[in-house]
Each structure stands twice: as structure tokens, then as C-alpha cells.
Ligand binder design. Structure first.
Ligand code: C2E
Ligand code: CA
Ligand code: CA
Ligand code: CA
Length: 278
């Protein structure tokens, strides 16, 4: 059995120990991955009520030299634990703005917005606002084309600070979406206090729409709530026509999911849009 550096037997049983070592290795490798360009930007198109593309969500992938494509479900939590999420987030933001600049040159994509996931740690960086503005400026991209996706976990933080930063960015034209809505602990009072533009209905509610009798009333409530607060609603994880029909009926105005497109390498988006309009 492995021993800790102080010579005492590890308190972990062997199974946990392997998991820990594996985690530490992955963490070391992730650090290298960011530096050596193993991260890939994928995007998943988003469509409006008429099923016309209005944007895409940026989703990061890790092309590991041996493991192949590693899912963010595995390495985002690691990145958060290790603090690497800040640098990873900066990389994604940089790539997103570079992409928007490139899209400007194509009539099919020039109107498309990009939605970027921002972790709490990244948002909390004292210079976060300056960073966002400077990366937009550097790529000569209008702030109106950028949406930042935040999660309810941000509401556990100093609220005045959160609202202050959001308000600054929003005044520049950046929009905000609350991700995975309904899965966290946010109170409705908080919701009203935040300068948001969009609620994203979590994939879990969408998945259950045709199965769980409670899922429809929940989705309906989210849509109604959004209407009351003058927010847009984007449903994520839409996989079937049936789910789409229910959501359209409820008045949901934006959709994202395998029914339309899987997350794809960012370079494939133009061909995808062209094939849709052909
Ligand atoms: P998320 O922000 O909730 O992203 C939506 C997830 O749903 C994505 O998983 C997407 O691939 C998946 N999805 C899309 N359509 C469907 C569908 O029709 N059915 C099902 N079952 N799933 C669908 P992905 O790409 O594996 O990302 C997982 C999570 O990792 C994201 O969840 C987000 O929380 C995090 N993440 C991804 N990229 C970034 C990033 O750049 N920064 C940060 N901070 N987090 C990221
Ligand atoms: Ca998201
Ligand atoms: Ca989500
Ligand atoms: Ca999610």
C-alpha cells in the first residue's frame, strides 16, 4: 500500500486511493493541456421559436493525447477544485471572441450570438469585467453578441458584488443567462434582483416532459415566471419532436439539443448552417 509523505499509512482505502491518484494525475495533465493547446472549442446551435438559428453555446472539450476526447463532465469539476477553471475559462472566452470575429465575415453567421459558461471562480476574479471587455475589444467584437451563462451557485456569493459586475457588463450590451434553472437553490427574490436576460430550462426537466407528470407543470411555471420577469427562456437538451411540441405549446422561445444539432467543432458550424438553409 502507498504511504503518505509523512510515512503514515494512508487513511484512504485502496479504491479511494486509486481514485485520488487518478484525479491528481488528470489535474496535472489538465494544467499541461491548457498550456499545450489540447482544449477544443465545440459549439451547439440554438434556435428560436421558428427554428431559425440565433446563436450557439460554447462547450469546451479536452482532446487528450491518450484518452481521446474527455467530456467536460469529468474535467470541469477537477478544474474547479484545482482553480484551473479560471485559466480554462479565460481560454474559452478568448476562443469565443475569436470565433465571433470570424463569424462576422459570413452573412450566415454574422447575426449569431455565442453563449459562454462562466464558473463562479472566474466571475469572482477582481478583474473579470475588465477582462471580458478587453478580450471583446481586442477581437473587435460587439458586446451584444456575447451572452454569459451563470449558475445559481453564484447566488451563494456576495450578492451586491455579483449584481454590480453584471450591471456593468450588461450596460455594455453583454447578456446574461441563468443556466440549469430549477436545479439549484435560488430563491425567487434573488432571481428578481439579478439583471438577467434568459433562463435556461435544465435538461433534466426537458427529459422528463413526456414521462413525469410533474415535469410539464414545472416547465410551464418556469416559462410563466420568465414572462412575468420579462426574461427569455431557452430549453436545453431537446431531443425529440414531442418534447419540442410541448415546449412550443408552453411558450418557450429558444431551443437547444440533439434534435437540432449535437455540440460540434466550432469550425463545422458554417457548414451546418448552410446545410440547414439549403
Ligand atoms: P451545460 O452548460 O448545462 O451544457 C449543456 C450540456 O448538455 C452539454 O454537455 C451538452 O452537450 C448537453 N446536451 C446538449 N444537448 C443535449 C441533448 O439533446 N440531450 C442531452 N442528454 N444532453 C444534451 P457537455 O458539453 O458535456 O457539458 C457539460 C457541462 O460542462 C456543461 O453543462 C457546463 O456546465 C460544463 N461546461 C462545458 N463547457 C464549459 C466551459 O467552457 N466553462 C465552464 N465553466 N463549464 C463548461
Ligand atoms: Ca450552459
Ligand atoms: Ca445548462
Ligand atoms: Ca447542466
Amino acid at each position: 500500500a502507498k504511504r503518505r509523505g509523512d510515512g503514515c499509512p494512508s487513511v484512504f482505502d485502496s479504491g479511494m486511493e486509486v481514485a485520488l491518484e487518478e484525479r491528481l494525475r488528470l489535474e496535472r495533465e489538465l494544467r499541461v493541456a491548457i498550456d499545450e493547446g489540447q482544449l477544443r472549442l465545440y459549439v451547439q446551435p440554438q434556435v428560436d421559436a421558428e427554428e431559425v438559428v440565433f446563436g450557439a453555446e460554447a462547450l469546451v472539450r479536452w482532446e487528450h493525447p491518450r484518452r481521446g476526447l474527455v467530456s467536460p463532465g469529468v474535467f470541469i469539476p477537477l478544474a474547479e477544485q484545482s482553480g484551473l477553471i479560471v485559466r480554462l475559462g479565460e481560454w474559452v472566452l478568448e476562443m469565443a471572441c475569436r470565433t465571433l470575429a470570424e463569424w462576422s465575415g459570413h452573412p450566415e453567421l454574422g447575426h449569431c450570438r455565442l453563449s459562454v459558461n462562466v464558473s463562479v471562480q472566474q466571475f469572482q476574479q477582481p478583474d473579470f469585467v475588465d477582462q471580458v471587455l478587453s478580450v471583446l475589444t481586442r477581437h473587435d467584437v460587439s458586446p451584444h453578441r456575447l451572452t454569459l451563462e451563470l449558475t445559481e451557485s453564484l447566488l451563494m456569493e456576495e450578492l451586491d458584488d455579483v449584481i454590480g459586475k453584471m450591471a456593468l457588463l450588461r450596460r455594455m450590451g453583454i447578456r446574461f443567462a441563468l443556466d440549469d434553472f430549477g436545479t439549484g437553490y435560488s430563491s425567487l427574490a434573488y432571481l428578481k434582483a439579478l439583471p438577467l436576460d434568459t433562463l435556461k430550462i435544465d435538461v433534466a426537466f426537458v427529459r422528463d416532459l413526456t414521462q413525469d407528470p410533474l415535469a410539464q407543470p414545472i416547465a410551464r411555471t418556469i416559462v410563466t415566471l420568465a414572462e412575468q420577469l420579462a426574461l427569455k427562456v431557452v430549453a436545453e437538451g431537446v431531443e425529440t419532436q414531442e418534447q419540442l411540441a410541448i415546449l412550443q405549446e408552453l411558450g418557450c422561445g429558444g431551443f437547444q439539443g440533439f434534435l437540432f444539432a449535437r455540440p460540434q467543432p466550432v469550425g463545422d458550424m458554417l457548414a451546418w448552417v448552410r446545410s440547414r438553409s439549403a
